[in-house]
Design a protein around this ligand. Structure first.
Ligand code: NAD
Length: 357
């Protein structure tokens, strides 16, 4: 066993069907008396339900959370929190809503309770993001880490098939990159492999039976694990590339992750053999990259950048942007092979295995 460091800040986690009802107790436990509930416009009703549950502890509802936290949205939510004299927030929704709670915490130091309804995993991390003028900045700060996470799988029963598939692939991307991260460790590797196994068995079932309680619960459990390994390690090529594509070409977050993941995995195949074995084994596949592609395909998830709004004439610019600043990755990130990766992703080709493999 190689020496390692595993430092894991705790987020109190409540897990199970119906546990949303415990929100008021959790607020009391944190000593919070005036909570601002956050949601997207699409999840206004759910936000209202959380506010109703809070009773006198609820200060108000802000339903304008938007993907990648535009600075104007963050400012409007901060102003609302100040106006209502809120002492904390409840983020009920996906990564977008949790992201807004983090933006508030970043400047106002308000603690948050996160109630995730997708598989993005943001509730387990100290990573924040804010976008301004089309550019997304991210960073890490302990004060944005949600204090409590309530995973109630019943809130995911109505998640549309496409979002279930792409959000699951987004979480799998955290696991894949944590396995070959420079700062990976044996605990992270156990969590990541377990998360991949749980997603590989639950997502196909969810696509067939969206209200299958066991499968939804399994996927939410896998989300906790995936969010935790995202938090504990430094992501490589896959996340950096998705960040570039999402931020500069305005592509939908979870769908970009879904399309790129098999190709980023193939890119790193020869440079990270141990990680590849772990991924393939957890997927029950012979090859990690092909296994991820086949899983996405079986979930009817998008496989090609051309199908999710990318323009072919922008591929050169994307390759240049993604190679501009250096970052850790098992295989050096170079322009020509990256441009090939983007071409394969654009057309949605199944990653090939090298002849010797
Ligand atoms: P999202 O939160 O944007 O949700 C997508 C849409 O689906 C929204 O309209 C939302 O209201 C709706 N929705 C969410 N859950 C639903 C459900 N159960 N049923 C029906 N509709 C539902 O999507 P996401 O992929 O969860 O989050 C993406 C954002 O999260 C991105 O901005 C990404 O950068 C960020 N993110 C951050 C981290 C982190 O650690 N900071 C981790 C992962 C993702």
């Amino acid at each position: 066993m190689r020496p390692f460091l595993h430092d894991q800040p705790a987020t109190r986690t409540l897990f199970g069907e119906g546990r949303l009802a415990e929100l008021p107790n959790e607020a009391d436990r944190l000593g919070l008396k005036r909570l601002l509930v956050l949601s997207t416009p699409e999840q206004t009703a759910l936000g209202g339900e959380a506010l109703r549950l809070l009773g006198p502890r609820g200060a108000g509802l802000f339903t304008k959370a938007r993907m990648h936290v535009p600075i104007e949205t963050a400012e409007a939510a901060r102003a609302e929190a100040r106006r209502l004299d809120a002492d904390g927030t409840v983020a009920i929704g996906g990564g977008t809503t949790t992201g807004l709670a983090k933006a508030i915490a970043l400047s106002l130091d308000l603690p948050s309770i996160a109630i995730p309804t997708t598989y993005a995993g943001s509730e387990m991390t100290s990573i924040w993001g804010l976008s301004e003028g089309g550019i997304k900045k991210t960073g890490r700060a302990e004060k944005v880490r949600p204090r409590t996470a309530i995973y109630d799988p019943t809130l995911t029963y109505g998640m549309p098939a496409r979002l279930s598939a792409t959000s699951g692939m987004n979480a799998l991307a955290h696991c894949v990159e944590s396995l070959y991260a420079e700062d990976t460790n044996p605990i992270v590797r156990i969590f990541a492999a377990e998360s991949i196994r749980a997603f590989a068995r639950s997502l196909p079932l969810i696509l067939k039976e969206p209200r299958n309680a066991e499968a939804r619960s399994d996927a939410h459990y896998a989300t906790w694990l995936a969010g935790t390994v995202l938090d504990r390690t430094t992501m490589g090529l896959h996340h950096k590339l998705c960040h570039t594509l999402g931020g500069s070409f305005d592509l939908p977050h979870a769908e970009v992750h879904t399309v790129i993941l098999p190709h980023a995995t193939a890119y790193n195949r020869a440079a990270a053999p141990e990680a590849m074995r772990a991924i393939a084994q957890a997927l029950g596949a012979e090859d990690a990259a092909q296994g991820l592609y086949d899983l996405a395909k079986s979930l009817d998830a998008p496989l090609a950048l051309k199908d999710i709004g990318m323009k072919e004439e922008n591929l050169d610019a994307a390759a240049r942007l993604a190679t501009q600043s250096p970052y850790a990755n098992p295989r050096p990130v170079e322009l020509a092979p990256l441009r090939q990766l983007l071409d394969d992703s654009y057309y949605g080709r199944r990653p090939e295995r090298p002849a010797a493999a």
